[in-house]
Design a protein around this ligand. Structure first.
Ligand code: PXP
Length: 238
């Protein structure tokens, strides 16, 4: 399984003081040095963490894969088409949310998303849709032309009882197998940490996980290099 690190929260800390540091681009370089497979950041409309300058600099700097997470608004689409990341991950975006709260409502904006995906494909940019682990939604995602789905693992991560965790894990497992069976690659992310990642690794049907908060916050105590290495070793089964 591959590991991409989401560096949004390095930028969150920088924006807290509107300083020049800590620089998410420097964080990305450290993550790459440790050996991660890619870097993710989310350019939000309200620019609460990642700034336009970051995405252009990341494009110029990264040697691995650059996954630009974004809402499908015209302003951000235009920036993404200029940046040409290696992958675009479309997510729902609400100004009042603390973080992305769930998968895209694909059914209500099918035509718009289909058009948006083809605009990225014209520039040879593959597109991933962040979705709930739901067969119907995954089927429609495939129909409108996406290349990947990223399964929302937040509900699984927030589950507290053993039974609930098992149910949510089974949903992710079945959704991943279904998506693979119709030719979609499957990423997963949201709320994954050093503990709840273990059953996800065992599923063997996830191409890549995207992890931010748990790694960036652990870095405060053990340093970024060690925090990333610990997660990378888990993901790679080392
Ligand atoms: N994947 C998506 C689509 C997300 O929106 C986020 C949060 O920005 C993540 C993965 C990473 O989640 P976390 O920061 O909880 O690891």
């Amino acid at each position: 399984m591959k590991l991409s690190i989401n560096i949004d929260h390095v930028a969150t800390l920088r924006q807290q003081r509107r300083e020049k540091y800590p620089d998410p681009v420097s964080a990305a370089i450290i993550c790459e040095k440790v050996g991660v497979d890619g870097i993710v950041c989310h350019l939000r409309e309200d620019r609460r963490h990642i700034q336009d300058r970051d995405v252009f600099l990341l494009r110029d700097t990264l040697k691995t894969k650059f996954d630009l997470e974004m809402g499908a608004s015209e302003e951000i689409i235009k920036i993404a088409l200029q940046v040409v990341p290696d992958l675009v991950t479309l997510v729902p975006e609400k100004r009042e949310e603390l973080t992305t709260e769930g998968g895209l409502n694909i059914l209500s904006q099918k035509d718009y998303l289909k058009k948006t995906i083809s605009r990225f494909h014209e520039k040879n940019i593959p597109v991933s849709l962040f979705v709930e682990p739901d067969k119907n939604v995954i089927e429609v995602s495939k129909l409108i032309g996406c290349d990947f789905v990223e399964l929302h693992t937040g509900v699984y991560a927030n589950a507290t009882t053993k039974e609930e965790i098992e149910i949510k894990l089974k949903q992710i497992s079945e959704a991943a197998q279904f998506a693979n069976s119709i030719g979609l690659k499957v990423n997963a992310g949201h709320g994954l940490d050093y503990t709840n990642i273990l059953p996800i690794i065992k599923l063997n049907s996830i191409y890549e996980v995207s992890i931010g908060y748990s790694v960036i916050t652990r870095a405060l105590f053990v340093g970024l290099e060690k925090a990333v290495r610990e997660m990378l070793n888990l993901v790679k089964g080392i």
